[in-house]
Design a binder for this molecule. Structure first.
Ligand code: IPD
Ligand code: CA
Ligand code: CA
Length: 263
């Protein structure tokens, strides 16, 4: 039942994103902070998702990117990113998603990430596997870095971290097949879960960017930690996700650049 709520909520949000992709509303933004924007469509999508969840589970708490935390002390919390990849969306670059997850205390129970452009719905339920449009997902089996495609996200809100970030990027770049920065962390994680990429890392993400994607990867046989290989990614948002086999190899590139950096 919870999975169905997550999936239907993501679809409601996704329909609003695609309906407005060709309209002027796509570009109607307000600035959240330097280099960071929210669109009118974000707000519409979030409202539709929250209303739907509220109707079905009025007793549950909600954490949504644009509305913040709506709390009544429940152990259950829905975690919503109504548009992940806002900058892509504003520019009409068709790589963005909707992410909806539910946790009970610190245990993720269900997660859905929808790419409404390609009609790809990634979803997972704790202990029951991860799926893409009904097909079971598995992370890649690559072990050899020179064959690995690695995704990342730039720290565009924290440009003071650029020096450390690009040190790690450069070290990795020399050893892996190639790197990608596609612009939707939730979809990047879904792509690790289905084996299209072998690992993903980014610093400074929020819970709504990663909650659903983390469960997808865990259920698809991958590993998720923070960039120091600790189990603190949901708290810190500094995330390293992989097919498990190359996890420590990727973590090694991050170790020196971020050793003495306060994140
Ligand atoms: C952003 C995207 C992007 C990542 C940023 C996120 P938003 O989410 O996931 O890929 O690099 O850190 O904040 O703002 O588009 O929902
Ligand atoms: Ca996001
Ligand atoms: Ca967002």
């Amino acid at each position: 039942m919870y999975l169905e709520t997550a999936v239907e909520a993501a679809k409601l949000g996704g329909a609003i994103l695609t309906d407005n992709l060709q309209s002027e509303m796509r570009r109607q933004v307000s600035k959240k902070q330097q280099f960071d924007f929210v669109t009118k469509v974000d707000l519409l999508s979030e409202k539709a998702i929250i209303n739907y969840i509220r109707e079905r589970h009025p007793e549950h708490d909600i954490l949504a990117e644009e509305s913040g935390a709506l709390q009544s002390g429940s152990d259950f919390q829905w975690i919503i990113d109504p548009l992940d990849g806002t900058k892509n969306y504003i520019h009409g670059f068709p790589f963005f998603s909707v992410s909806v997850a539910l946790r009970q205390k610190n245990q993720l129970l269900v997660g859905a990430v929808l790419d409404p452009v390609r009609d790809e719905l990634f979803y997972a339920e704790k202990g029951k596997g991860a799926f893409l449009n009904g097909q079971p997902l598995q992370v890649s089996t690559s072990n050899n870095l020179s064959e690995c495609l690695i995704a990342t996200g730039f720290p565009f809100r924290a440009k003071h971290l650029a020096a450390s970030y690009f040190r790690a990027f450069s070290a990795m770049f020399h050893q892996v097949s190639d790197l990608r920065r596609a612009g939707s962390a939730a979809l990047d994680l879904a792509y690790v879960a289905c084996g299209r990429i072998d690992a993903f890392w980014e610093i400074g993400l929020n819970l709504w960017d990663i909650a659903a994607g983390v469960l997808l990867i865990e259920e698809a046989g991958g590993t998720v930690t923070d960039i120091y290989e600790q189990d603190r990614h949901l708290l810190s948002g500094h995330i390293l996700a992989s097919n498990s086999r190359i996890h420590s190899k990727i973590a090694n590139f991050l170790e020196a650049p971020f050793r003495n950096v306060s994140l």
